[in-house]
Design a protein around this ligand. Structure first.
Ligand SMILES: [Zn+2]
Ligand SMILES: [Zn+2]
Length: 286
């Protein structure tokens, strides 16, 4: 079984309007790309902050600027398609009840929990750069992974997105000197306690860091802790569906991962990881 669940129907640009991308024609392009990439299950997970309802959770200026669409309309649209219905929901510490209210109002197949912000600064957005305000990489990394642990413990999410996103800039931002295990540890503990699925994301290969999320050391710690894994590309265009999955499958195999998490109506099951056997095409069985 191969899935791609962390998928956006449009780029992150403000002017990528819902009316232009939440269309049957666009979904057809995504489904065709998924078939080409031999993905068995395709789901979409738009950023929560692009919907007006998100402002009930947080009023960060970046969210205010982005919150132009209606979450119910997104849900209703996706339900007219064969896509699984997901949402990429930022974890905002202290706003757990508001997040729960927002999620409860939707009948989602899965919720992907993300940490992009630590406080009001982002680890992956240069306009809100966490490093500028808080020059010390040790503090940025520590706070990022502590927030990730809180996100897991909140119980609000099915999948923990791009779990070491803090590395996204690679050498373009200072790295802490300590052994990274020091930072991973609290997150791995929370993952083990809660059973949340850990996302293997090939998006990191398209970013300055040029690596899959999570890093091998982090991934192996999760495996040792008995974690379940999900697999996604974080595509924002059809051409990135199933991006570099060969590399992801090879990495997951080397970490000892043999199953992936599959979701429907927020119920999880584990399926064997890998390309599904396809019958002989265009010929009668021998
Ligand atoms: Zn994200
Ligand atoms: Zn995403």
């Amino acid at each position: 079984m191969l899935t791609d669940y962390h998928v956006h129907l449009r780029p992150d640009d403000l002017d990528a309007a819902a009316g232009e991308y939440f269309t049957g024609q666009n979904v057809e392009r995504y489904l065709a790309a998924a078939e080409e990439a031999e993905i068995d299950e395709l789901g979409v997970s738009e950023h929560v902050y692009r919907f007006r309802q998100a402002l009930e959770v947080w009023d960060h200026p970046f969210w205010v600027e982005n919150a132009n669409d209606d979450l119910d309309a997104y849900r209703d649209f996706v339900r007219t398609t064969p896509l699984r219905l997901g949402l990429e929901m930022d974890y905002v510490p202290g706003r757990e009840d508001r997040i729960a209210n927002l999620l409860d109002a939707q009948d989602l197949d899965y919720v992907i929990g993300s940490v992009h912000f630590i406080g009001d600064r982002a680890v992956d957005h240069q306009d809100w750069d966490a490093w500028e305000a808080r020059g010390n990489p040790d503090a940025v990394w520590r706070r990022y992974f502590e927030t990730l642990a809180e996100a897991a413990r909140s119980g609000l999410f099915d999948i923990l997105a791009h779990p070491d996103l803090v590395k996204v800039w690679g050498r373009a931002r200072p790295m802490p000197e300590r052994d990274p295990r020091f930072y991973y540890e609290p997150a791995v503990e929370a993952i083990a306690e809660t059973g949340i699925a850990v996302e293997v994301s090939t998006a990191g290969l398209r970013k300055p860091v040029g690596e899959i999320y999570p890093a091998p050391t982090f991934a192996v710690m999760c495996v040792d802790a008995g974690a379940a894994f999900a697999l996604s590309s974080d595509a924002h265009v059809p051409g990135d569906i199933g991006y570099a999955y060969e590399q992801a499958l090879e990495a997951m195999g080397s970490w000892g991962v043999t199953e992936i998490a599959v979701f429907e109506e927020r119920e999880r099951r584990l399926a064997p990881l890998g390309r599904s056997e396809v019958g002989a095409k265009g010929g009668s069985p021998q």
